[in-house]
Design a protein around this ligand. Structure first.
Ligand code: ADP
Ligand code: MG
Length: 710
């Protein structure tokens, strides 16, 4: 669909020209009419009310006046220089003052001419004046044109210098909008417009930039947001359809001795309902020749590992190898030990591959992988090196997914295996990505719209809810007393300090000071303390960690290196120092280190006395709820989607008008409608859906984005 008018270069628009065009491109990436129209206002000012000068009695609100400039004076020198204009209407007079742009204004404001003035009054020596008001000649003002809502656009410093501040951008938008009649093609099928009672694309675009009234503005914004989210969802869901058709997966149609023996003789506990359900979802995925690409979300401690392991056993039962990748060495070790322990006596070859594995051992592992002797490989990034070749890789588990980049994941995906039944075609392994950082539903729908998502929403039985409390630094002595009591009961304690890269040395000092004061209060030999931080060698970290795991030390002083996955069921107290410096999801991750045994566990958030409103809300939220999903929703509201873990790398957040935080409902609706469309017409072949194909291709191109799928 070429649309020549909208492709017109921006410099040809009235009021732009080459210089401004250059900066619109550099600053906002706008090069043509279409892109300018996609640059939507972020709010609107209601300019429908005219105030009488005599009625001004408050500094609270922006007001609009209409009158003649009767006097114009430049006062003061140098930095005190200002322009003062007197505006007069039927009821009285008021002074307008400018400290900037004095020269230009002085020459452009005309005495005796009528203006519409918009600004916020302030009281000075018992009289009101307005500093830096907006000034419009009456004939070009919105009021004269019966427009009452004025669009406000974000601008930049450089653009402002070229007179393209919000008002300047508004002006050029208006110059474009008046030319639009009949030039904007509809982008949604008639059936959808009809069903949802949406206004036409053209009307929506016009009203977004130049609203006729509040009602039409709302309809316009709704329509544009819906459209944006709808195409996003349609694209994701369609990729899923295409993928299901094109990408075949290995068929695991057998549940054999490995799974069965484990289930009947090794499983140390009854699976929770949620674990059973997820296992079934996975079995349904891998059993019939589809390729599985599944995200498993489950709060810390919900028992994702056992689900992963049992899925791996199914892969082995079907003659495949499997691997599990963790983001840190500590975690990989822990998984390795845990899994070896669970599989004891089952005659399976499980190996660990991390950066610290010696060359000889490494060579042995490589060999066993290639000749098929090795069944399960557990490790860190070391797994994705090109040298690591599997004979028959069928199943990949990626733990704590947000720590890995997209590229690392797609590398594993390529370590596929030939399929004899498909003429030797290479098939990718099934992929299970696990995360304990719950993603708000709106984001999951957007980022993982083309993945299948499983959720473990039930904790293993017998867990006591972790008690979370917030204390100020002044209560430290009391907290020490509490630690002492817990240790007497045989418990272990975590004490965590923040480590933020920019001030690593300072944080390091905090950690060491903290360690010293703890050591003074809890002296050897009665007490033993471990310390783990990022500047230690991996082997030393591991050693200290192990001392704590084995219960040789009672207190673990650490930075956030212990954040992910570490499992010490006997640890029942998590103290987080300077808790205000952590984000919600990180606090929740840390809290998840305790509450893993049968004992009552505690999480104590220590902060300074002065807290920002956001920090306060974070502490309150932590105290109030243990539910990771609830926390993630608050996190999304506090930080916005761009800051949430893992989202930065995705271009998906470049939305023009919709907002994933505020428009969750429209998003859900858009996804439902997109599903309906694809259910009726999976390949979008029906006449009425032609427009969808055209727009999809225009928006996303026709390629599938492999990187994102894996
Ligand atoms: P996460 O989901 O955080 O990775 P893990 O898989 O490490 O959680 O499991 C946390 C702890 O809960 C482990 O000690 C594990 O053995 C135990 N666990 C897992 N599932 C169950 C269950 N169904 N019943 C009892 N304990 C379980
Ligand atoms: Mg885990």
């Amino acid at each position: 669909m070429s649309n020549h008018f909208l492709d017109t270069k921006i410099e040809f628009l009235k009021g732009v020209g080459p210089k401004r065009a250059e900066f619109l491109r550099k600053e906002l990436g706008i090069t043509n009419y279409r892109q300018l129209l996609l640059y939507y206002p972020f709010r609107y000012i209601d300019k429908s009310q005219l105030f009488r000068i005599a009625d001004i009695n408050s500094e609270e609100i922006h007001i609009q006046l209409r009158g003649k400039i009767v006097e114009l004076r430049t006062l003061g020198e140098k930095r005190g220089k200002r322009l003062v204009a007197t505006l007069k209407d039927d009821s009285g007079e008021i002074e307008l003052v400018w400290f900037k742009g004095v020269k230009w204004l002085a020459s452009s404001i005309l005495i005796g001419k009528e203006y519409v003035v918009y600004g916020k009054p302030s009281k000075f020596s018992n009289r009101y004046n307005i500093a830096h008001p907006d000034l419009d000649e009456v004939d070009s003002s919105l009021i004269a044109n019966k427009v009452t809502l004025e669009a406000v656009y974000p601008s930049t410093e450089l653009l402002t210098k070229l007179n393209l501040n919000s008002k300047g951008i508004h002006k050029i938008q208006q110059n474009l909008v008046v030319q639009l009649g009949g030039k904007i093609q509809e982008t949604l099928p008639f059936s959808i417009l009809e069903e949802l009672k949406l206004i036409s694309k053209e009307k929506a675009v016009v009203n977004a930039h130049a609203p006729e009234n509040e009602h039409l503005l709302q309809k316009a914004r709704y329509r544009l947001k819906f459209e944006e989210l709808f195409y996003l969802q349609l694209n994701l869901l369609r990729q899923k359809v295409i993928k299901a058709e094109k990408i075949k997966g290995q068929v695991f149609n057998r549940v054999g001795p490995n799974f069965n023996t484990f289930y009947s003789e090794h499983l140390p506990f009854e699976l929770t309902g949620a674990q059973k359900r997820v296992l079934k979802e996975i079995r349904d995925d891998v059993g019939y020749g589809n390729h599985m690409n599944r995200l498993l979300q489950g709060d810390v401690g919900s028992g994702k590992t056992i689900v992963a392991l049992m899925s791996i056993l199914i892969a082995l039962d079907n003659g495949f190898q499997a691997c599990l990748m963790a983001p840190t060495e500590i975690l990989a070790n822990q998984h390795f030990e845990g899994i070896v322990d669970l599989l004891k006596g089952m005659n399976l070859n499980v190996q660990l591959l991390t950066g610290s594995v010696k060359t000889a051992k490494r060579r042995e592992i490589h060999e066993q992988l290639e000749n098929g002797e090795l069944d399960i490989l557990i490790g860190t990034h070391a797994l994705i090196e090109d040298k690591v070749k599997f004979q028959k890789l069928g199943f990949v588990v990626i733990d704590e997914q947000h720590r890995f980049g997209v590229q690392q994941r797609s590398k594993l995906w390529r370590k596929g295996t030939k399929s004899p039944s498909l003429g030797g075609a290479i098939l990718p392994p099934h992929i299970l990505v696990m995360t304990a950082t719950p993603i708000p539903r709106t984001l999951a729908m957007t980022f993982y719209g083309d993945l299948d998502v499983s959720v473990i929403d039930e904790l293993p039985p017998g867990r006591k809810e972790i008690k979370t409390i917030h204390r100020f630094d002044a209560s430290r002595l009391k907290i020490f007393g509490f630690i002492e009591e817990e240790i007497k009961k045989g418990r272990q304690i975590y004490l965590v300090y923040p480590l933020i890269q920019e001030s690593e040395t300072m944080d390091y000092k905090d950690l060491m000071d903290g360690y010293d004061s703890i050591e003074r209060r809890f002296p050897k030999p009665t007490y033993q303390i471990s310390i783990v931080h990022g500047q230690m060698k991996a082997a030393d970290k591991e050693f200290e960690m192990q001392r704590f795991v084995k219960g040789e030390t009672q207190i673990m002083v650490a930075t956030t290196v212990i954040e992910v996955g570490v499992n010490v069921p006997n640890a029942s107290v998590m103290i987080i120092e300077s808790a205000e410096r952590f984000g919600l999801s990180q606090l929740h991750q840390l809290r998840g280190r305790v509450g893993r045994g049968a004992e009552q566990s505690f999480c104590i958030l220590m902060t300074g006395n002065k807290l920002s409103a956001d920090s306060k809300l974070r502490m309150e939220t932590m105290v109030k709820t243990n539910d990771g999903f609830e926390l993630s929703e608050v996190d999304l509201k506090l930080r916005g989607p761009g800051d949430l873990q893992g989202t930065q790398q995705s271009g998906l957040l470049n939305l023009n008008i919709a907002d994933l935080v505020k428009d969750g409902q429209i998003l859900q609706y858009a996804r439902d409608i997109a599903k309906e469309v694809l259910k009726e017409d999976p390949n979008l072949e029906m006449e009425k859906n032609h427009r969808l194909v055209t727009c999809l291709n225009q928006l996303f191109g026709s390629k599938i984005n492999w990187g994102r799928i894996s």
